[in-house]
Design a protein around this ligand. Structure first.
Ligand SMILES: [Fe+2]
Ligand SMILES: [Fe+2]
Length: 172
């Protein structure tokens, strides 16, 4: 039986993942309208991944025999200064998400909820990748500055991303 404290923490994380999707959609719209279609596409795929995370967490709560709770999704920022600003904000956001995941892991440990700990471990690893990816892109954007040729190269590279459901085959 899953404890209420963990149901609340996991439900809150569902909300955070959907907020992440909303934030990345907002960033995607900014990039699209600024003419960076590759960056916009990359962010759109990023948003799809966050929705997959949120849905996966939601499913886990139901699978444990509990009722997920729902709340308002925060309004994301909608104006940004530059492409570099986007990647800096992605990095800052993902670092916050990592802290939240670690708090859930610590709570699962203190409650001796091994099933939740095993479940959330996937997210601990995922956040290592999320931060590494955001750090790389933020550093790359910093090096590029306003160089139009290099910005174009980055935009083209990011256009190649494809969405793969991280939980394909697990059933929903
Ligand atoms: Fe996520
Ligand atoms: Fe993320």
């Amino acid at each position: 039986m899953i404890k209420e404290s963990l149901v609340n923490a996991l439900s809150d994380q569902v909300n955070t993942e959907y907020y992440s999707a909303y934030l990345y959609l907002s960033m995607s719209a900014y990039a699209d309208r600024a003419g960076f279609k590759g960056v916009a596409h990359w962010l759109f795929v990023q948003a799809q991944e966050e929705i997959a995370h949120g849905t996966h967490l939601y499913r886990h709560i139901l699978d444990r025999g509990a009722a997920p709770s729902f709340g308002d999704i925060k309004t994301p920022q909608s104006s940004f200064a530059s492409i570099k600003d986007l990647f800096d904000k992605i990095l800052a956001h993902e670092r916050q998400v990592t802290e939240r995941i670690h708090r859930i892991a610590s709570l699962a440990q203190s409650e001796q909820d091994h099933a939740t700990y095993a479940f959330i471990s996937w997210y601990i690893n995922e956040q290592v990748e999320e931060e590494a990816q955001a750090e790389e892109l933020a550093a790359r954007a910093a090096r590029i500055g306003d160089n139009p040729g290099l910005l174009y190269n980055l935009d083209s590279a990011l256009a190649a991303r494809t969405f793969t459901d991280p939980f394909a085959g697990e059933g929903a």
